[in-house]
Design a protein around this ligand. Sequence first.
Ligand code: MLT
Length: 315
Amino acid sequence: AALAALGAHAADFPKEKPITIVVPFAAGGPTDKVARDLAQALEKPLGQSVIIDNAAGAGSSIGTAKVARAAPDGYTLLVNHIGMATMPALYRKLPFKIETDFEYLGIINDVPMTLIGKPSLPANNYKELAAWIDANKGKVNLGNAGLGAASHLCGLLFQSALKTEMQTVPYKGTAPAITDLIGGQIDLLCDQTTNTKAQIDGKKVKAFGVTTRKRLTTPGLSDLPTLDEAGLKGFEVTIWHGLYAPKGTPPDVLHKLNNALKAALKDPAFIKREEDLGAVVASDKRIEPAEHKAFVEAEIAKWGPVIKAAGVYAD
Ligand code: MLT
């Protein structure tokens, strides 16, 4: 009877109630922005409202755990980023296993990062920044959104490329982090263009470079050098976001959600909002669940050794 009920329940999905997307970072940051834009684009194909639940903390592991243990009925989903590939190496004890506790619904986008500084930082290009960091060894305050955050991974790569240690200041997301950077409470932040472009355009922060191998074509960001050309040879990190459901969500519910995601990623308004902020919306191939899962597993294999080499653990 229970199975029949589940079957019937799945058949009329998602008529029962609004769908909740859990965002494992503070409101207003890059993860939240992608999720809210996606939620809006999903409502039409799903014919149901989609609401956001910010469950921040511990570099996205708190919100991710919330979805791992949610009812597998399709009404609770997760939007998270590269943290799904770095948490396994950063946390000795995670209350979930990335590879087995989630259904993979597809990649959403790829977002470049920018290295930005407080307005009063006495450096106007990457070369001057590197000199300033060298002159202030051990005293530079680098913000991030906790271990498991994209900003943490970029900061880790940056410190090991410069062979220097910085004071890292964790926030519940890079929205509060960038506020403190603008206020001068921290010196540096590596954050996604979806969050930094407005502040760079408004000259509220200093921008030293982008983390992609090729310069961006986005107006307002196209004159920023890549960190590779600015002197950090080979420096590259791009942040991807994916959509997930708890393991055990019925296949026909997953199919409806994946179809809705494909429709949302073709929504011209969604694409424009993403591209105006420097993001690239995922192509059809990457929205296939099998492709998404294989990509995350490859990213776990790629970033695990990098994090282990840095000897960093969150717990
Ligand atoms: C990150 O650094 O992981 C994200 O920017 C955090 C956020 O979305 O606030």
